[in-house]
Design a protein around this ligand. Structure first.
Ligand SMILES: *[C@@H]1O[C@H](CO)[C@@H](O)[C@H](O)[C@H]1NC(C)=O
Length: 333
C-alpha cells in the first residue's frame, strides 16, 4: 500500500503549495449542481452528468439552455470551470453571469463573463461587463484574447463581488478590477443577484456584429460546466437585506487582491487586453469616472481613441445585457 501513500502525500503537498501560490480562491467548497443550481430553460438540452458535479449545456436548432442559482446573493466569490464548444462557433454565445433583471426590469444590476464564438481557426473571445441600477446606456465592456484554447480544456472563471470592488479572474489570475467610486453612484452593482449560465444563439450581434451566423450543421454546440463555487451571502428575496455578514463564513470572502496578484493582472492585461470602454473615445468623450487610465493600455488600444490619436474606427461590439435569457432564446427560435 506504500505506493498509494506516496502519491497521496505528494498530491497533498502540491495542493497545499498551489494554495499558497494562488491566494485564497481555490479552497472554497465545490458544490454538486443540485446543491446550488436549478435548470432555467432548454429542457433536455441541459444534461446533468451522473457524478452530479458537471452539466452540459447544448445549443441546437430548437433551443439553447441555461441554469440559475437557487439563491440570491449579496456579494461573494462565484466560480465555475467551463469548457467551450470547439470548431466553428460563430454566433454562439456562452455566458456566466450574475443578474437581478427578473426582479428589477428598469434598474437591474449585472456582472458578466461572456464568451463570443468565432469562425473556424479563430479564437473564442472573452468579454466582461457590468451594469448597475439599470445603467444599460453605459456599457463597461472589456475584451481579452485568451492565452489558451478554452475549448480544449476546462478553465476556471470567477467573479469576486464586494461592497467596494469587483474582480474577474481566469484560472485564479485577476484580469480586471472595478473599484467602486463615489461618482459611479448606482452604476456599481449593489442589489442581490442570482448566478446564471447560458448558451444561446447570438447570431445578431456576437461575431463581428452579426456577420457570421450560427451554423446548425455543426450542432449541437456543447458548453461544459463544473467546479461550482457559490461562496456568497445568500439573502432572503422577501427581506431585501442589504448587509453581508462575512463572519459567518469559515473561509472568508477575499476583500481584494494581493500585490503579487496585481502584478500578474497587469502583465496579463499588457498582453491580452484587446478592448476597454475606458479607451473608447468614440463612445465616451470623457472616460467614465471609475476608469483608471494606464498609459501602456492607452497606447496599445489607441485605435479606439480618434480624439487623441486621430485614427479611430468604430469598434464592432454591441451593447447587450442578459436580463432576459429566455427572450433572447425565443427571439432566435
Ligand atoms: C436606482 O434607480 C432608481 C430608479 O431609477 C432610483 O430611484 C434610485 O435612486 C437609484 N439608486 C441609486 C443608488 O442610484
Amino acid at each position: 500500500m506504500v505506493f498509494f501513500r506516496i502519491p497521496f502525500l505528494f498530491a497533498s503537498f502540491l495542493c497545499f503549495f498551489s494554495l499558497l501560490v494562488s491566494g485564497s480562491s481555490r479552497n472554497f467548497p465545490i458544490l454538486d449542481f443540485e446543491e446550488g443550481y436549478n435548470p432555467l430553460f432548454g429542457d433536455d438540452n441541459l444534461v446533468l452528468l451522473k457524478d452530479g458535479k458537471s452539466v452540459h449545456l447544448h445549443l441546437d436548432e430548437r433551443t439553447g439552455s441555461g441554469f440559475v442559482s437557487q439563491d440570491l446573493y449579496l456579494h461573494g466569490f462565484f466560480s465555475a470551470s467551463i469548457k467551450l464548444p470547439s470548431d466553428y462557433t460563430a454566433g454562439v454565445v456562452v455566458a456566466f453571469y450574475m443578474s437581478n433583471g427578473d426582479m428589477f426590469a428598469k434598474n437591474h444590476d449585472e456582472i458578466d463573463f461572456e464568451f463570443l464564438g468565432n469562425i473556424r481557426g479563430k479564437d473564442w473571445r472573452i468579454q466582461t461587463n457590468i451594469y448597475g441600477n439599470g445603467s444599460t446606456s453605459i456599457g463597461r465592456e472589456e475584451r481579452y484574447g485568451l492565452w489558451f484554447d478554452p475549448s480544449e480544456d476546462f478553465h476556471e472563471y470567477s467573479i469576486l463581488w464586494t461592497e467596494s470592488l469587483i474582480i474577474f479572474y481566469v484560472d485564479n489570475v485577476p484580469i480586471r478590477e472595478v473599484k467602486r467610486t463615489a461618482t459611479m453612484g448606482g452604476d456599481f452593482p449593489s442589489k442581490p443577484m442570482t448566478l446564471y449560465a447560458t448558451i444561446w444563439d447570438g447570431s445578431t450581434w456576437a461575431t463581428n456584429g452579426g456577420k457570421y451566423k450560427v451554423n446548425y450543421k455543426y450542432a449541437p454546440y456543447i458548453a461544459e460546466f463544473s467546479n461550482f463555487i457559490l461562496h456568497g451571502c445568500a439573502v432572503d428575496p422577501t427581506e431585501q437585506s442589504s448587509s453581508c455578514d462575512h463572519s459567518q463564513k469559515s473561509i472568508p470572502i477575499p476583500s481584494g487582491m494581493t500585490p503579487s496578484q496585481r502584478a500578474k493582472m497587469e502583465s496579463l492585461r499588457k498582453k491580452h487586453l484587446t478592448y476597454s470602454y475606458c479607451y473608447d473615445r468614440i463612445r465616451y468623450k470623457t472616460p467614465p469616472s471609475e476608469c483608471v487610465i494606464n498609459p501602456d493600455e492607452a497606447e496599445r488600444l489607441r485605435i479606439f481613441d480618434p480624439v487623441t490619436f486621430g485614427k479611430g474606427r468604430r469598434h464592432r461590439g454591441k451593447i447587450h445585457h442578459h436580463s432576459h435569457p429566455r427572450q433572447a432564446e425565443s427571439a432566435s427560435a
